[in-house]
Design a protein around this ligand. Structure first.
Ligand SMILES: Cc1cc2nc3c(=O)[nH]c(=O)nc-3n(C[C@H](O)[C@H](O)[C@H](O)COP(=O)(O)O)c2cc1C
Length: 212
């Protein structure tokens, strides 16, 4: 299994999403010695915002691109190669102003590419990134999985929409939520998320043992 871990929290070592997602990635990697783990840290190495050279370059044949177009489209090629090479994708994000982090949004902008990750045919759009298992690890100050604020969660519905559009429909969400509600709430949120991580890791280890 090839695992791709994408981290995007702007909060460095204090990040709950990075910590829980890294824990998940390491436990899944440990389930089988042949597993590989690739980490893309979008804060240490932010992707550039897409710009006019990108928006024109992706519709320009490779041999006709300017040097700048080739450079920015090359960034997209690299993250797409990483995505296609993965069997399991773990996306970690903090809940920032009711949505995903802007660094992760840039990653989405680079992987959602006509003719590469989706295509339009006679029957409409078709996702081309198939066969992936996706985990979304989302840390939020408030609670958005239930209650009055559900409709303010623009992170999970957005990711489900765009990833589904690209063909990634097998998505599991791990929330670390309510971390803005005091120390006890942080402890409870981390315990709940870690229990979910452990259950996923145990189920994966069982599958590996059954297949051996
Ligand atoms: C700039 C900023 C904006 C935030 N916006 C929200 C928000 O809209 N709603 C919310 O519940 N929490 C919000 N938070 C709190 C974060 O979701 C919370 O700190 C979470 O743990 C961030 O994820 P991380 O721990 O992986 O960094 C915000 C935090 C920051 C730093």
């Amino acid at each position: 299994m090839s695992i791709l871990l994408v981290t995007s929290s702007p909060r460095g070592a204090a990040s709950h999403s990075t910590r829980v997602a890294t824990d998940l990635a390491q436990k899944l990697a440990a389930a089988d010695p042949s597993n590989t783990l690739v980490v893309r840290d979008l804060v240490a190495n932010p992707l550039p915002h897409i710009d006019p050279d990108y928006a024109t370059g992706i519709y320009t044949p490779a041999e006709a691109r300017t040097a700048r177009q080739a450079e920015v489209v090359g960034v997209s090629d690299a993250v797409l190669d990483e995505l296609f090479a993965a069997d399991t994708v773990i996306l970690a994000t903090g809940f920032i102003n009711f949505n995903i982090s802007s660094t992760l949004k840039s990653w989405v902008d680079h992987v959602a590419r006509s003719g590469k990750s989706f295509a339009y045919g006679e029957n409409g759009p078709k996702g081309l990134v198939n066969g992936k298992k996706v985990y979304i690890v989302l840390a939020s100050g408030g609670i958005y999985s239930e209650g009055a604020a559900v409709q303010m969660d623009h992170a999970v519905p957005y990711l489900r929409s765009v990833l589904g559009f690209l063909g990634m429909t097998d998505i599991e969400v791990i929330r670390v939520e309510g971390v803005g509600m005091g120390a006890d709430a942080v402890t409870a949120a981390l315990a709940k998320a870690t229990a979910k991580v452990d259950a996923i890791a145990a189920a994966t280890a069982d599958q590996v043992a059954a297949a051996a």
